[in-house]
Write a protein that binds this ligand. Structure first.
Ligand code: DUC
Ligand code: ZN
Ligand code: ZN
Length: 468
């Protein structure tokens, strides 16, 4: 199978030029002006951008969490991702207490096998780390292409580990060449605040945000950066929600440390004020860290522009508002009368590029290069996928999005592909959307029409990070 994409405006994180692109089988083989090659399919991309497919390095498909499981699996979630121009995800395998990392990876490989329509990799979440397990970390990095480990300073009793365990994992990762990802909130203090709010009768969803103040995120962000500095390992702070946490990353970077941060669309577009009244509708917006006050948003937008934050991922972890949607069990409703039982997480994998293009390029005048850097190139580099993915170059995987800046899209649960009964950005109209999406050379979306095949997405063994 070969494809010729004619006259597109090719955008990488650094370049911007008009050319033709020839794709043979799974790979970009030629880029040049007026290519005359024969092809099975020819696409006229005049007036459109040709960008590397989006890479979302923070998703949770089919994650057992909060008494249920996230409602998208590797089938529905990756079809949705592709519809929005994301052609690779890095999801999280969970080493839960009492299981080995090997078992965890096998479980997640089974969950994804034969289902994904785009390529995917895994990080490994660690919930315990006896000394004799340390060699397993090395084996994951060396042999399995699982080159990043996530640890939590929150969710006591589930994911949270103590500082000594974090330091131990960091030290080992410094030696084996992996990357540390951190969920940074002070879980111990948050638990006390949760108990106090509930005892005062504050049981509505807004209690979730009240129990998780930005200072709890700031403190943990400061701490994990300090631990990483002691261990001599790069650290990637996931889902940075507040300017206070972002400033910890900026300060570390100003000192020359390899500290990185991602934020997510929910922290850029949604505001605490919109669910402050405590009505149960606010359960739609429950995720951790929580959605902050509206005034916080602009700090994050500026940080993305200034490279104080380096990537945008989604933390896609959807749960339905109502029992019974597509046969799914009770999810957000588990927390009626007790906000601490509302499963944490929001849908987003389908709309990340829509939203970032609108908020960044259209509304704030970012260059397309910066957009591509944040949604594709930086994630690819940090997560060891570059230059196979995250750029447009001869020899790279043909994960390509033909982006039409004049193809408006109204976001709605009625039309989205995600398996969840609401969309946090319901009725928002964005100016641009993908006209064509290719995954390793195969056209998998033409507009809103899915043309892909389940199982065509493959597990990607990632390499070592490139520091940016
Ligand atoms: N935060 C969420 O909102 N959901 C999944 C896990 C997490 O850290
Ligand atoms: Zn997290
Ligand atoms: Zn997450």
């Amino acid at each position: 199978m070969s494809t010729l994409i004619k006259n597109g405006r090719i955008i990488t994180s650094e370049q911007d030029y008009v050319a033709d692109m020839y794709i043979e089988s799974e790979t970009i083989t030629t880029i040049g002006k007026d290519l005359k090659a024969q092809a099975d399919k020819i696409i006229d991309a005049s007036g459109k951008y040709v960008i590397p497919g989006g890479i979302d390095v923070h998703t949770h498909m089919d994650l057992p969490f909060g008494g249920t499981s996230s409602s998208d699996d590797f089938e529905t979630g990756t079809v949705a991702a592709a519809h929005g121009g994301t052609t690779c995800i890095v999801d999280f395998a969970v080493q839960s207490r009492g299981t080995t990392m090997r078992n965890a990876l096998d479980t997640w490989l089974r969950k994804s096998e034969g289902k994904s329509v785009i390529d995917y990799g895994f990080h490994m979440i660690l919930t315990e780390l006896p000394d004799d397990w340390l060699p397993e970390m090395d084996a994951l990095v060396k042999h399995e292409g699982v080159t990043s480990f996530k640890l939590f300073t929150a969710y006591p009793g589930v994911f949270m580990v103590d500082d000594a365990t974090i330091y131990k994992a960091m030290k080992r990762t410094a030696d084996n060449g992996g990357l540390i990802c951190m969920h940074a909130e002070n879980g111990g203090v948050i638990d006390l605040l949760v108990k106090r709010l509930l005892s005062e009768g504050k049981t509505g969803p807004n209690g979730h945000a009240l129990s998780r103040p930005a200072t709890a995120e700031q403190e943990a962000t400061h701490r994990v950066i300090a631990l990483s500095e002691m261990a001599g390992v790069p650290v990637y702070v996931v889902h940075v929600s507040s300017h206070k946490a972002m400033e910890q990353i900026r300060e570390a970077r100003d000192r020359g440390l390899p500290a990185y941060g991602e934020t997510c669309p929910q922290y850029l577009f949604l505001a605490y004020e919109d669910y402050a009244d405590g009505s149960f509708d606010g359960a739609k917006y429950i995720c951790s860290p929580p959605i902050r006050e509206r005034a916080n948003q602009e700090f994050l937008w500026k940080a993305l522009k200034a490279d104080d934050l380096q990537a945008v991922s989604t933390d896609h972890c959807p749960f339905c508002m109502k029992e019974g949607f597509k046969g799914l069990p009770k999810q957000k409703e588990l927390g009626i009368g007790d906000f601490s039982k509302i499963p944490n997480g929001l849908p987003g994998v389908e709309n990340r590029l829509h939203l970032l293009y609108e908020g960044g390029v259209v509304k704030r005048g970012w260059s397309m290069n910066r957009f591509v850097q944040l949604v594709s190139t930086a994630p690819a580099k940090l997560m060891g996928l570059y230059p196979r993915k995250g750029t447009i170059a001869v020899g790279s995987d043909a994960d390509i999005v033909v982006w039409d800046s004049k193809r408006p899209h109204t976001i709605s649960a009625k039309t989205h592909f995600m398996r969840v009964d609401y969309n946090p950005y319901e009725q928002m109209t964005v100016s641009g959307s993908p006209a064509y999406v290719f995954s390793r050379g195969k056209l998998i979306f033409e507009g809103d029409k899915f043309l892909g095949k389940l199982g065509d997405g493959k597990f990607v063994r990632r390499g070592q990070y490139n520091l940016i």
